[in-house]
Write a protein that binds this ligand. Structure first.
Ligand code: KIV
Ligand code: ZN
Length: 515
């Protein structure tokens, strides 16, 4: 059996299903390019049948990516599979990923189908998909809660029809490591043609065991593909975190004796990019990519580290792409220096107009803030690409008054469509007053689900990065705004969220919520 573990990244599909994490086409292409630099084997770019916007995004990723296989999810029916295949047309290497639920509960309640009907549909769909692509993955949704004899029949039949990867998801995060590993092992032992496919694991983190379960699926079960997301992004408690899987395989090679092709130096840049774009902030104590993951504050630990770093450190920060905050550019840096830095960060901007737009933002920031770090440039580029997604609401300027003992007031000027409007409002604090002032004129009526502020580099001269999550009409969107002034960052984040609510291409159906 091969000792290589295939890394299948589903940040752009399962990660995107996280409420509010929906990404635009350009954002998906940027993340896909970073995943390619990370050297992931398979990029699941989306679910083509979920919306016209996602179809276009998958097509754009397929055209941009050369080194990784690009994949689209599809329900196990001809229409979805055709849509996936069409979206992947430009891909150098493509995979169609068809799924169908196999657990008694999902078959009876969600699909309203008998097990025999499910078996037939699974076979038919893989046969159909094989006419459109050579590389076909079949996922037995809620596989871990499926009945073993039935699951063996479905898997054997889909391999016979030509599925070359078989994925057994723990869709609801119910598994425990040993049991999940044994489950995969039993399947592989009992399915007669199991050696004709690569076995894959896909675990959700509802009980905090997604990474442990995936590793057990590999170690005990013999799976050779792990499905995961950057920062463990995903619905509810998230998916298996790519960075933890990769560093566990690498750091404990003595135990796993397996390899993967990931370039670990690209992990932290990928983590930051996904966090900036989606507005899902990484918790400070998150393994590998959290801000504190390599910070040793206790005197005893620091003393040990100074004598020999291995006393308290099992991985090196620089090996996963942490670099000390370096001042990279300043007020006097020119357009060429800015372009070069984008290139060094692996940010590809094709249109001259987009570089000009980003450079103008850089100059504005450099006037406000003397030292510009890589994180600032990444944030500028995130703002630029989200602006490209359509700015029905555009921030122009604002002022506030807040004084002890008085109710804060804010005045804001925006462009809505092609009209410039100003409004004023009070609030509990200056941020609240500013968002109230926007709402005075935007009248969205959206419910605010989350507001968070984060400093993107260290110190009070850092830019503030604000995430606002809004809900309206059953849709949830995140808006992210950055600015050295956190009140302006808050207004920009609120407007970014309103722009997403205004954009119909952000409406997507959730793969697993539909039969
Ligand atoms: O969790 C799950 O079951 C899935 C499948 C669609 C692969 O995401
Ligand atoms: Zn999933």
């Amino acid at each position: 059996m091969s000792d290589k573990v295939i890394i299948f990244d589903t940040t752009l599909r399962d990660g995107e299903q996280s409420p509010g994490a929906s990404m635009t086409k350009d954002e998906k292409v940027r993340i896909a390019r970073q995943l390619e630099r990370l050297k992931v084997d398979v990029i699941e770019a989306g679910f083509a049948a979920s919306s016209e916007g996602d179809f276009q995004a998958i097509s754009a990723v397929a055209a941009a990516i050369k080194d990784s296989i690009v994949c689209s999810l599809a329900r196990a029916n001809d229409k979805d599979i055709t849509r996936a295949s069409d979206a992947l047309k430009a891909a150098k290497a493509k995979r169609i990923h068809a799924f169908l639920a196999t657990s008694p509960l999902h078959m009876a309640v969600k699909l309203r189908m008998s097990p025999e009907e499910v078996l037939e549909q699974a076979k038919r769909s893989i046969r159909f998909a094989r006419n459109l692509a050579d590389d076909i993955e079949f996922s037995a949704e809620d596989g871990y809660r499926s009945e073993m004899d039935f699951l063996c029949r479905v898997v054997e039949a889909t391999i016979k029809e030509g599925a070359s990867t078989i994925n057994i998801p723990d869709t609801v995060g119910y598994a425990t490591p040993e049991l999940y590993g044994e489950f995969i092992k039993t399947l592989r032992t009992r399915v007669p043609n199991s050696d004709k496919a690569v076995w894959s694991v896909h675990c959700h983190n509802d009980l905090g065991m997604a990474v442990a379960n995936s590793l057990a699926g590999v170690k005990i079960g013999g799976a050779r593909q792990i499905e995961c997301t950057i920062n463990g992004l995903g619905e509810r408690a998230g998916n298996t975190a790519l960075e933890e899987i990769v560093m566990a395989l690498r750091t404990r090679k003595d135990y796993f004796d397996l390899v993967c092709d990931i370039d670990a130096h690209q992990i932290v840049p990928a983590s930051k990019m996904v966090s900036h774009i989606t507005g899902f902030v990484v918790q400070p104590n998150k393994a590998v990519v959290g801000a504190n993951a390599f910070a040793h504050t206790s005197g005893i630990h620091q003393d040990g580290i100074l004598k020999n770093r291995e006393t308290y450190e099992i991985m090196r920060a620089e090996d996963v792409g942490w670099s000390a905050n370096k001042i990279v550019l300043g007020k006097l840096s020119g357009r060429n220096a800015f372009k070069q830095r984008l290139h060094d960060l692996g940010i590809v901007v094709e249109a001259e107009a987009d570089i000009n737009e980003a450079f103008t933002r850089f100059k504005t920031l450099a006037d406000q803030k003397s030292e510009i770090f890589d994180e600032d440039i990444i944030a500028i580029m995130s703002d630029t690409t989200s602006a490209e997604a359509g700015e029905h609401y555009k921030f122009i300027s604002m002022s506030q008054h807040s004084e002890t003992g008085e109710r804060p007031r804010s005045r804001i000027t925006l462009r809505i469509g092609d009209q410039e409007v100003s409004s004023e409002a009070e609030g509990n604090g200056p941020v609240d007053a500013s968002l109230n002032a926007i709402e005075e004129v935007a009248k969205s009526g959206a419910e605010q689900l989350l507001y968070s502020v984060n400093a993107i580099t260290s110190g009070t001269q850092s830019q503030g990065e604000v995430t606002v999550r809004l809900a309206k009409g059953g849709r949830i969107v995140n808006g992210v705004g950055t600015d050295p002034d956190i009140i302006a960052a808050s207004a920009k984040a609120y407007l970014a969220a309103l722009n997403k609510l205004h954009d119909p291409s952000h409406v997507k159906i959730n793969a697993q919520m539909t039969p």
